[in-house]
Write a protein that binds this ligand. Structure first.
Ligand code: GDP
Length: 474
């Protein structure tokens, strides 16, 4: 593979800004070692082997010592960027780091790296494909065991190889079809239409699996926005506390105390759930609270998962309007969001279960996604544990395992979707017996979308979008 010959050498701080024991300043480019040598006093770096570490000082042109450092050199092509790379480990003072970098910028042809430029060079030099480059960013951002697993698997090639293989098979067909076109008027058919139909269908099956993995993939990467909703006093705060295992929300006996949103995160089997505790959907005359109700509804429609807490004590209460009680449940169901109905205050269940007056409620339970809890029971936490697993079940994460291929990236999702649509067109064209030139057009569109995932097809705009989101120094 030919490396992109970037004539300039870039520099940036690669460790986080701020004070630390050590900071790492990285240079990459054809002349990275040469330019470092200008300011380095110690061994002659130009004569050293790759992957070697050298102690010395970095000095400015006035021979003033900026710092004592340890320099590691990586020679092309055995480095992260495949270019010559120098890593300068200096003392972790922002002042020292600034002086070292400034010295390079002022007194040598080294320039400051753009966001993500090290990784972009690695991609352009063929160290990895685009999806893997994106996994580098994901890996830096991971904050849960599950997102870690997914990012590592993506970095190691994840579904890149799967996409590349499918794309290659399609490419072979396109070549055959385009060969037919070269024969012009002659009625030749190198590409067997039957086989092509089969291949397209197989590819679509794989793509559809990947597409359907996105909901979970995205949940793992970004956390699952989960709303706990329900009428005032249903036990939302108590339930949230039980889930969080600490006293975050304020538990109160006065209906409607949870007016605002309390956001907290818990990790179930390594997947982060961002819990938002809201006011209920109850209609109210209280001004402050009715604003809360409106916001609760909005939060609920934006959520990936709703835990709707139903108060069994309220249901049992003679003064409760049962019709309204049920209407509120129906209203939640109509939102069409993944919902788990939490039947709280299960200590009241016996009274309801044995009462024929509530048979309609029993019927509803049988056909709905429900779980019983007694949130205020601090001695027996079994129902809370069950609730956690039920939550995983609702977002279909209960059978997620490390080897699964998951799409976690919105860009990949879009490309897969577009490829799938183009393949629909291919199938249509095949069915209608369209000519090779039209067929090849649709196939090329599908190829382009598949290729954009791994970067076999890319342009400056795509690259700018991806690497611009990286931090400088990565
Ligand atoms: P919220 O307004 O929905 O957040 O409700 P809270 O969590 O503040 O709870 C209201 C009241 O119900 C509190 O006094 C809780 O102790 C009580 N509570 C919560 N869960 C249960 C339960 O399972 N059984 C009973 N009997 N009371 C509960």
């Amino acid at each position: 593979m030919k490396f992109t010959d970037f004539s300039d050498t870039i520099i940036a701080l690669s460790t986080p800004a701020g004070r630390g024991a050590i900071a790492l300043v990285r240079l990459s480019g054809k002349d990275a070692i040469l330019h470092t040598q200008t300011f380095f006093r110690g061994k002659n770096l130009l004569e050293q082997k790759t992957h070697t570490v050298h102690f010395g000082t970095i000095r400015n042109l006035e021979n003033e010592i900026l710092d004592e450092v340890v320099v590691t050199i990586f020679k092309t092509p055995n480095s992260f960027t495949k270019e010559n790379v120098v890593e300068i480990s200096c003392h972790g003072s922002p002042f020292i780091v600034k002086r070292i970098i400034q010295n390079f910028l002022d007194n040598s042809p080294v320039r400051y790296a753009k966001a993500g430029e090290f990784t972009q060079r690695a991609f352009l030099n063929g160290r990895f494909d685009l999806a893997q480059a994106e996994a580098v960013a994901d890996l830096i951002a991971v904050d849960s065991a599950a997102s870690h697993k997914v990012a590592i698997s993506q970095l190691r090639g994840g579904f890149s190889s799967q996409i590349k293989e499918l794309r290659q098979q399609l490419l072979d067909f396109v070549s055959l079809i385009e060969l037919e076109l070269d024969f012009g008027e002659e009625d030749v058919e190198f590409a067997e239409r039957e086989k092509l139909t089969q291949l397209v269908k197989t590819i679509q099956t794989v793509i559809e699996q990947l597409l359907s993995s996105f909901e979970l993939g995205n949940a793992i990467k970004n956390g699952v926005p989960t709303v706990i909703a329900g009428k005032p006093n249903a036990g939302k705060s108590t339930l949230l506390n039980a889930l969080l295992n600490e006293e975050k929300a304020i538990v109160s006996e006065i209906a409607g105390t949870t007016r605002d949103f309390i956001e907290d995160e818990i990790s179930i089997e390594g997947i982060a759930f961002r819990f938002i505790d809201t006011a209920g959907l109850r209609q109210t005359d209280d001004k402050v609270e009715s604003i809360g109700v409106e916001r609760a509804r909005k939060k609920m429609t934006e959520a990936s998962l709703i835990l709707y807490v139903i108060d069994l004590a309220e249901l049992f209460n003679q003064n409760t309007n049962k019709k309204e009680f049920f209407e509120e449940i129906k209203e939640v169901e109509e939102l069409n969001i993944n919902t788990l109905f939490v039947l709280n205050k299960a200590d009241f269940w016996d009274k309801i279960n044995n009462n024929s007056e509530f048979s309609w409620f029993n019927d509803w339970i049988k056909n709905s996604n429900t779980i019983f809890t007694q949130a205020n029971n601090t001695t027996d936490k079994e129902d809370i544990e069950k609730l956690k697993y039920k939550i995983l079940e609702v977002i279909q994460a209960d059978n997620f395992n490390a080897g699964d291929t998951l799409v976690t990236n919105t860009r990949h999702y879009e490309s897969l979707r577009n490829a799938n649509l183009a393949l629909d067109d291919v199938l249509n064209a095949l069915e209608m017996g369209f000519t090779g030139d039209l067929l090849s057009l649709d196939l090329r569109t599908a190829l382009e979308h598949l290729g954009s995932i791994t970067g076999e097809v890319s342009n400056d705009e795509i690259l700018g979008n991806i690497f611009g989101k990286f931090c400088i120094g990565k």
